[in-house]
Design a protein around this ligand. Structure first.
Ligand code: TLP
Length: 340
C-alpha cells in the first residue's frame, strides 16, 4: 500500500530508533529528563522563544495554548476550517468553558484583516470577552496552503494593538519555513504561543511542543498536568523528536516536490481538479468530478489499486506526501491520477 492518508503515518527510521534507544531519561514531571530538556531548549531556540513544553499531541498543544490566554467566558477568533475548529472536539469549551467565534476564510483557509476587524466584542457585561486570535500555518483543510507572511504579520499587529493574544497552530510550520525560506523564529515572533508537531512531516512517532515566554510556559505546565499530560521517562520519545529537528527539517522540500508531481498529474487528468491552482507544501486536496462517483467511491477504487488517500470532503480527496513514500511510489500514484 502506498499510504498518502496523512504525514502522521511515518515510522521512525533506524537512525531515529537508535537515538531513542540510547536516550538518557529521568522523571519529566520532576523536570529531570535531560532529553526532554534538550528538546525543549532546541525547539524554543529555533522559534526564538524563551521556553517550550513537550506535550503528547498537537491537539493538547492547541488547547493548552488557548487555555493559557483564555478563561471561562472568554472567547477566541479562529478560521472556520482550522484544525482547532473542525477536529478538536471543541475541547476549549468541553474542558475550559471557553467560546470560539469562527470566521470563514477564503480559499486555502486564508483570513484577511478585514474579515477579523469588527469581531472583537465590546467590554460590556452582556458579552463574552474576546482575548485571542488563533491562526494555522500551514492550513491543513485549506490544502497545506501557506498563510502569506505579510498577512500574518498584519493580523498579529492588529491583534496586539487591540490587546488580543496570538496563538499559532504550527503543526506544520516547518513546511512553511522550508517552502518560503522565512526562518521559524521570524514567523513565530508574531505569536505569544506556538504549537509545533514532531509527529507529522518531521517523522517522529509522538509529540508536539508549545513554545512561548517563560511565564506562559510555566502556566502551560500546570494545564498539561491537569490534562494528564505530565509524563515520566518520556525522553525516550523526545529523543525521536530531537532527532527529527536535527535531521528532518530540510528534507521537507522533498515532500513538497512529491506534492508537485501529484498536482501536475491532477491537472492532466480529465476527472480530477485542484480547487486552488496552488499547491504550496505537502498536502494536495483535489476535487473528484461526479462522473467518477463520490470522493469515498474514488478512494475505495484507489485503495483496490494499492493507494490510500482520504475523502475528507464529500467531493474532495486529500493526499499527503511524507518521508515514508519514495518518488517512485509517487510516480505510480501520479499515473493512476492522470488516468482518472
Ligand atoms: N491532523 C491530522 C488529523 O487530525 C486531521 C492529519 O492527519 O492531518 N493541527 C493541525 C494543523 C493538524 O493537522 C493536526 C492533526 C493537529 C493540529 C493535531 O495533532 P494531533 O493529531 O497530534 O493531536
Amino acid at each position: 500500500m502506498i499510504d498518502l492518508a496523512s504525514d502522521t503515518l511515518t515510522r521512525p527510521t533506524p537512525e531515529m530508533r537508535a537515538a531513542m534507544a540510547d536516550a538518557e531519561v529521568g522523571d519529566d514531571v520532576f523536570e529531570e529528563d535531560p532529553t526532554v530538556q534538550a528538546l525543549e531548549q532546541q525547539i524554543a531556540a529555533m522559534l526564538g522563544k524563551e521556553a517550550a513544553l513537550f506535550v503528547p499531541s498537537g491537539s493538547m498543544g492547541n488547547v493548552i495554548g488557548i487555555r493559557t490566554h483564555c478563561g471561562m467566558g472568554d472567547e477566541f477568533l479562529a478560521e472556520a476550517d482550522s484544525h482547532i475548529m473542525r477536529y478538536e472536539q471543541a475541547s476549549y469549551a468541553q474542558l475550559f468553558g471557553v467560546a470560539a467565534q469562527t470566521v470563514a476564510g477564503g480559499p486555502g483557509g486564508l483570513l484577511t484583516l478585514e474579515q477579523l476587524q469588527g469581531k472583537i466584542r465590546p467590554h460590556n457585561l452582556h458579552c463574552a470577552q474576546t482575548r485571542l486570535v488563533c491562526l494555522e500555518n500551514t492550513h491543513n483543510y485549506g490544502g497545506g496552503r501557506i498563510q502569506p507572511y505579510e498577512l500574518v504579520a498584519e493580523i498579529c499587529t492588529w491583534a496586539a494593538d487591540n490587546s488580543l493574544a496570538r496563538h499559532l497552530d504550527g503543526a506544520r510550520l516547518f513546511n512553511a519555513v522550508v517552502a518560503t525560506g522565512i526562518p521559524a523564529a521570524q514567523w513565530a515572533q508574531h505569536f505569544d504561543t506556538v504549537s509545533i508537531c514532531f509527529s507529522k512531516g518531521l517523522g517522529a512517532p509522538v509529540g508536539s511542543a508549545i513554545c512561548g515566554t517563560r511565564e506562559a510556559i510555566e502556566r502551560a505546565r500546570w494545564h498539561r498536568k491537569l490534562l494528564g499530560g505530565g509524563m515520566r521517562q518520556v525522553g525516550i520519545i523526545a529523543a525521536g523528536a530531537l532527532y527529527a529537528l536535527k535531521n528532518h527539517v530540510d528534507r521537507l522540500a522533498e515532500d513538497h516536490e512529491k506534492a508537485q508531481v501529484l498536482a501536475s498529474a491532477i491537472r492532466e487528468s480529465k476527472g480530477l481538479s485542484l480547487p486552488s491552482e496552488q499547491v504550496d507544501t505537502n498536502i494536495v486536496f483535489f476535487d473528484v468530478d461526479p462522473s467518477l462517483g463520490t470522493a469515498d467511491e474514488f478512494c475505495a477504487r484507489l485503495h483496490d489499486q494499492g493507494v490510500r488517500v482520504l475523502a475528507l470532503k464529500h467531493t474532495a480527496v486529500r493526499a499527503v506526501t511524507h518521508l515514508d513514500v519514495s518518488m517512485n511510489d509517487i510516480e505510480q500514484v501520479a499515473d493512476l491520477l492522470r488516468a482518472s
